[in-house]
Design a protein around this ligand. Structure first.
Ligand code: SAH
Length: 358
């Protein structure tokens, strides 16, 4: 018998299952979502107003007979992963199997307010997927990010030169920010005494619009790279300003940064926060910086949520030279940038709201 490294045969068989699960799921988990959206399956089920059977779906999509079994295989896998629910429906005297949407796949409806379909499209683009096959090269390229290695430039320069990718990137981030309509509803206290706010790296203004809707007395400025905000027009309490957050940030009572600092390492993060501090420097007690970010908390979060946060950390670290941070790491960054104190509140399932005070 060869060496089993001290493992029993059963442990080795379990190991094989564990490894194959990862290996098989790796592409399939994201590509099956891409497939589902490209075929418009969530919308078809939604518009059907009741769970849909396989023959009904196949007929709506005009699927060749030879592929119906393949479609069923994909649907069963998606159901196993929680993106469909398989239910039994009664039709005359017959009982049939049918597919219904779940909370997760409702987020894949194309036109809906909370649709994350653009995020799926962005992350499953061939160039985005291909980048990950270059991890070894990235490891040995001193100062280069995975984007540098795979796209030949950093993300922001790439987006600056590729209007179509820039548009999809902005739409994806906007889709993530739609959740702010739900999340900020219960957060009146955050905006107490705040008359003006600047959303730094605010993209096309989705979060700012959520704030304007919920708090009509707050004047919002969306500040982002000129390529992102040019051609966008504001309203009476929302304006767009193009610029570079490493140079200076427009003055306001409060500065908001949603999913910005995780794009940057601690040196860059410190510079951005120092510019935020400058932007609120004459506001006295009203002045504050509000972050919407992830806080890694392995001791408290359930295993799956930690998995998401650690995967985000790998993405941010490799692709951008950024990072996801634990509370300790956040605290150090705030203190290094000259802030005195901070408070962390839960906001959505994976994001926290952090208030920092000068
Ligand atoms: N806050 C938005 C977008 C986050 S993505 C949201 O959560 O939906 C990061 C944003 O930072 C992008 O919109 C990008 O254009 C912007 N950004 C990157 N570098 C910047 C810079 N130097 N100055 C201002 N904005 C910048």
């Amino acid at each position: 018998m060869g060496s089993n490294h001290g493992c029993s045969a059963n442990e080795i068989f379990e190991g094989q299952i564990h490894l194959y699960k990862h290996l098989y799921a790796h592409v399939l988990d994201s590509m099956s979502l891409k497939w589902m959206i490209e075929l418009g399956i969530p919308d078809i089920i939604h518009n059907h107003h009741q769970p849909i059977t396989l023959p009904e779906l196949a007929s709506t999509l005009q699927i060749p007979l030879t592929k119906v079994r393949g479609v069923q295989s994909l649907l069963r896998y998606l159901a196993h992963c929680g993106f469909l629910q398989i239910v039994r429906i009664h039709h005359h005297t017959e009982e049939k199997e049918a597919y219904a949407l779940t909370a997760a796949s409702q987020l894949l409806l194309k036109g809906s307010d909370l649709s994350l379909a653009p995020m799926v499209e962005l992350l499953t683009k061939p160039h985005a997927v291909h980048a990950w096959s270059q991890l070894k090269k990235w490891t040995y390229e001193d100062d280069l990010t995975l984007f540098d290695v795979s796209l030949g430039s950093n993300l922001w320069d790439f987006l600056g030169k590729n209007p179509e990718n820039n548009k999809l990137f902005n739409e994806s981030m906007a889709s993530d920010s739609q959740m702010m309509n739900l999340a900020l509803r219960g957060c009146n206290w955050v905006f107490e005494g705040v008359e003006s706010i600047v959303d730094v790296g605010g993209g096309t203004g989705t979060t700012a619009r959520a704030i304007c809707d919920a708090f009509p007395n707050v004047k919002c400025t969306v500040f982002d790279r000129p390529q992102v905000v040019e051609n966008l027009s504001g309203t009476n309490n929302l304006r767009y300003v193009g610029g570079d957050m490493f140079e200076s940030i427009p003055k306001a009572d409060a500065v908001l940064l949603k999913l910005i600092l995780h794009d940057w390492n601690d040196n860059d993060g410190k510079k951005i926060l120092e510019n935020c501090k400058e932007a609120i420097s004459d506001k006295g007690k009203r002045g504050r910086v509000i972050l919407i970010e992830t806080v890694i908390n392995e001791g408290q979060d359930e295993h799956g949520l930690t998995g998401l946060k650690l995967a985000m950390d790998v993405r941010m670290t490799c692709l951008l030279n950024g990072k996801e941070r634990s509370e300790e790491e956040w605290k150090k960054l705030f203190m290094d940038a000259g802030f005195q104190s901070y408070k962390i509140y839960p906001l959505t399932g994976y994001l926290s709201l952090i208030e920092i005070y000068p």
